[in-house]
Design a binder for this molecule. Sequence first.
Ligand code: 13P
Ligand code: ZN
Length: 270
Amino acid sequence: MKDILNAPFVTEIVRTTTNMYRHGWDERNGGNISWMLDEAEAAQYVDLNAVIRTIPTGFQAPALDGIYFLVTGTGEYFKNVRYDPVKSLGLLRLTDGGRNAQLLWGFAGGGTFTSEFPSHMMSHAARLSVDPANRIVLHCHPSNLLAMTFVHDLDERAFTRTLWQMCSECVVVFPEGVNVLPWMLYGTNEIGEATAEKMKTARLVVWAQHGIYGAGRDLDETFGLIETVEKAAEIYMKIARLPRLNTITDSQLRQLADYFHVTPREGWID
Ligand code: 13P
Ligand code: ZN
């Protein structure tokens, strides 16, 4: 058995949580990550028959039965994951149609998966239904994006168009736009179901007055999506109260989409 502390999935998640903390996206225990692993990958580092404990999930996810996930723990501070990964992270296998999670490694202090486990697992199922290569769901609290949800119309088309207009790269990086949920009670199955529904049409779901969910095929893609949205939101918050003399026009958005061979969300460019 190889040392799990050297597993690429552990070293990369440690690097990413540290990086996210440095960006100011994850104050205190804010934010959580889940990473779907192949069984063969997990089997190199843990004994698949040695279940440490079984934790009820409080929901069902039949599409994820038997699937392995590396997940951040509830209450864990992203700034500290690198110092104690075996306490901050857990490797789990979903069983019983998703109703239970079998812990195979981690959560060494007796902890458990993130309180946002419903949103993570339901989002994985939703993304896999449209992209079988999806592996990551990532949630955090970027300041400028959060600020923007207080002062901008939350209509998804309007919100996306503003983001696209802030940097030339936006429409290329997230041509499907962002979906937006109004404020909802977090940590619940209800917000999980609502997030998953939104995940069917975009890799990014904004939680108004809370943060954002991103999904992607690897950590770099998912991190990059959120980094790009947050950059656009930062520009918006700098200029929102100033007279706008110039902008990126709809015809320029179309030029970008054509040149970089991406398909923007139908009807979101005039
Ligand atoms: P957890 O510590 O349970 O992961 O919660 C953090 C958070 O961001 C809730 O939305
Ligand atoms: Zn949160």
